[in-house]
Ligand binder design. Structure first.
Ligand SMILES: Cc1ncc(COP(=O)(O)O)c(C=O)c1O
Length: 437
């Protein structure tokens, strides 16, 4: 800006007026004064205009540019839905759930005020019993914190244990939402390759503070982590003073073979935080999950839950507690296990019969999806196949979308949670046609 004396002369006003105007510009952030040099216009980001024609000057922090918004393909309905990770919402016991939920919305029910951040006492107890019986995990009710799904469990753990700049190891390929969450908190992500036995523990960088793994059923490839590798990982965490998040998201659905013990049962030094979800066994829309933490973290995790959202909706928690205690949960899992077992078998047979020349199925007998590696096609070619398939009414996912930093794998993930057995054959036949050039 011109010197105050010069501008005052040019405009024929008093210098006091110009000084007052400059002071105001400086006070509002439009200009800065540099001692002995003058007054300068601030380098302001140009104001933009949003869709409504309003000026928008607020900008998210740079870190959010690297966090992609939800992919549209997650929502778009498909005639044949082979997207992984979604249970069959048509077979959910709505009548029983409505009855239990209805009981919680009466004046005499206790759910009208704020609840305890750690969760509904009955649900914490029911979860502790369920994972003890179903998974052999060690937990008392006080060790359980009810969360809004796995995603919030990871958030609470990261808040309590880590500071921006800390390093976190994740599986590559791996489940993306927690990885993106951790990156958004300013943590440095170390993608660690996996082989048929799970994460390559030997290549976790020194100084890593937290490891996020899905040992019971690797997402998306499918194998379980070998006992040797699980022992190595817990040993590594002990030697390095690190924590492990064990994401046990779908192991209620196992169709053959012996269930593997959770990492948590191998942990003698309080390094493993076990995380579970009702998104596969019930519905993802309930946003209901939990974590089981070592006692040393309990108070801070409860405080983190309290400052984040106080608590998970009490009526949902109370209904879930009754659902478990009344035996409805075990019955629903039994029923769905037999439904999914049949679909798993059908998908497997069809892939082996009709895709043998283009795909190699990765053996797995847990959960709601199967992964297969392309025999010749590149990752880019598989992406095009998936796009063609969607246009033909078939939704599935390319393995490459789960790459966490390393080279994207060429392959495909086929979920069977949401597709009826009778439609699997036709859907996969259409998918097979998309492999032809
Ligand atoms: C590896 C993995 N963990 C956890 C979840 C469930 O997450 P949430 O409990 O936040 O719904 C999923 C769902 O697809 C998953 O694939």
């Amino acid at each position: 800006l011109p010197p105050t004396r010069e501008l005052a002369a040019r405009l024929s006003v008093s210098r006091t007026t110009v000084i007052a105007a400059y002071d105001r510009l400086i006070g509002e952030g439009f200009a800065t004064a540099r001692l002995g040099s003058g007054t300068y216009v601030e380098n302001l980001a140009p104001a933009r205009v949003d869709a409504d024609g309003r000026r928008t000057s607020l900008r998210p922090r740079r870190i959010w540019r690297a966090v992609p918004p939800l992919p549209a393909s997650l929502w778009s309905p498909a005639e044949f839905d082979f997207r992984p990770g979604v249970p069959d919402a048509q077979l959910f016991p709505y009548a029983a759930w409505r009855r239990l939920l209805g009981r919680e919305f009466r004046p005499q029910s206790a759910g009208g005020g704020y609840g305890h951040p750690a969760g509904h006492p009955g649900l914490r107890d029911a979860i502790a019993r369920h994972i003890g019986a179903a998974r052999g995990a060690r937990a008392a009710a006080e060790d359980v914190i009810v969360t809004n799904g796995t995603q919030q469990a990871v958030d609470l753990i990261a808040r309590v244990l880590l500071a921006a700049g800390d390093r976190v190891a994740v599986e590559d390929p791996g489940y993306a939402p927690p990885r993106r969450l951790l990156a958004s908190l300013g943590l440095r992500i170390a993608p660690i390759p996996v082989d048929g036995e799970g994460m390559l523990v030997d290549v976790i960088p020194a100084g890593t503070r937290l490891v996020y793994v899905s040992p019971s059923h690797h997402f998306p490839l499918g194998p379980s982590m070998s006992l040797q590798r699980r022992i190595a990982l817990v040993g590594w965490a002990n030697r390095n003073g690190a924590a492990i998040i064990e994401d046990d998201y779908d192991s209620e659905f196992r169709y053959s073979g012996r269930p593997i013990e959770p990492l948590q049962t191998l942990d003698t030094h309080g390094r493993v935080i076990y995380v579970g979800s009702f998104s596969k066994t019930m519905l993802p829309s309930l946003r209901l999950g939990f974590l089981v933490a070592p006692r040393s973290l309990r108070v801070a995790l409860e405080a983190a839950k309290y400052v984040t959202d106080w608590h998970t909706p009490l009526q949902t928690q109370a209904a879930m507690a009754r659902f478990i205690v009344d035996g409805l949960f075990a019955r629903h899992i039994r029923r769905m296990r037999s439904v999914y077992r049949q679909r798993h078998q059908l998908v497997l047979e069809h892939l082996e019969r009709s895709f043998g020349d283009v795909l190699d199925v990765i053996p797995s007998s847990v959960g709601l999806h199967l992964a297969a590696v392309a025999r010749r096609a590149t990752a880019d070619q598989v992406r095009s196949i998936v796009v063609r398939a969607l246009a033909a009414g078939v939704a599935c996912q390319p393995l490459s979308m789960y790459a966490a930093g390393g080279a994207p794998l060429a392959g495909i993930v086929i979920g069977y949670g949401a597709i009826e057995a009778e439609r699997i054959g036709e859907g996969l036949t259409r998918l097979r046609d998309c492999f032809e050039p």
